[in-house]
Design a protein around this ligand. Structure first.
Ligand SMILES: O=C(O)COP(=O)(O)O
Ligand SMILES: [Mg+2]
Length: 257
């Protein structure tokens, strides 16, 4: 009985997509990023940066991160281009050492995936490091497409990475939601015609409630409830009842297995 309800829910929702930002949304990666960054800075004879400084610098890709770290420590930002390969060589082996999913992430991705939602990661982190994090933290099995900051010539806030993820998932923009911690996540979503949910616990460069998202959540486990509230109008719109049934069903099946 439970199983057949689940099958119906899967069929109903299989072409709705949730696009997920990585740093500051799915995972707290500050410590590993800061360690790799500081190894680069030390090599350049520059002072180290703190976790709080990294927090304010992350989100626009590895190039900007290194450039901002050089700027913050009295280095030459023009050297960033040259130092990014060194940063990535140092970062990749430790990318999942201290980095952890935020509370509720693993369970919620599992439940959304079981309920039939297509999930993609759309991040400005270079794709090789992204895959290392997703594999290392056990998130990869839930994710149907991964677009990194170097997958295309454009990165968020450009809508191209979101569109590429949706093409891979075969889901139209009107049936998708982007979940992120930063203004570029919301801007990219708007430009792609995708709904946006902001998380308040990440590395936002401005107050999360000022990002212009359709909803703000304080905990990743609130995502299903937020999806029910804001899902875009149209043929794929989830009624509160059906989404809630899918969610309850997914939870029940998970609990049973
Ligand atoms: O700037 C980065 O490297 C990654 O940032 P994002 O996962 O928040 O897009
Ligand atoms: Mg982010």
């Amino acid at each position: 009985m439970q199983k057949s309800r689940m099958t119906i829910d899967r069929a109903r929702h299989r072409t709705d997509a949730v696009l997920l930002d990585l740093d500051g949304t799915l995972v707290d990666s500050l410590r590993d990023l800061t360690e790799a960054l500081n190894a680069v800075l030390t090599g350049e004879g520059l002072p180290s940066v703190s976790l709080a400084q990294t927090r304010a610098m992350v989100g626009d890709g590895a190039g900007k991160l290194v450039e901002r770290a050089l700027q913050a420590t009295g280095g030459d930002p023009a050297r960033a281009h040259e130092l990014v390969p060194r940063f990535l060589t140092l970062y990749e082996p430790i990318a999942s050492r201290h980095t952890r999913p935020y509370p509720g992430v693993v369970e919620t991705l599992g439940s959304l995936s079981e309920a039939g939602f297509a999930l993609a990661v759309v991040t400005n982190k270079p794709v090789r490091a992204t895959r290392i994090v997703l594999d290392g933290l056990g998130l990869a099995p839930f994710i149907g497409a991964v677009i990194g900051g170097d997958t295309l010539a454009q990165r968020k806030p450009d809508p191209a990475p979101l569109r590429a993820a949706l093409r891979q998932l075969r889901v139209p923009p009107g049936r998708a939601v982007m979940v992120g911690d930063n203004h570029h996540d919301v801007e990219a979503a708007r430009a792609a015609g995708v709904a946006a949910i902001a998380v308040s616990y990440g590395y936002a460069h401005r107050p999360p409630h000022d990002l212009g998202a359709d909803a703000v959540i304080d905990d990743f486990a609130e995502l299903p409830a937020a999806l029910i509230r804001i899902w875009p109008r149209g043929t794929a719109r989830l009624s509160a009842a059906s989404a809630s049934a899918a969610w309850t069903s997914a939870r029940t099946v998970r609990t049973r297995s």
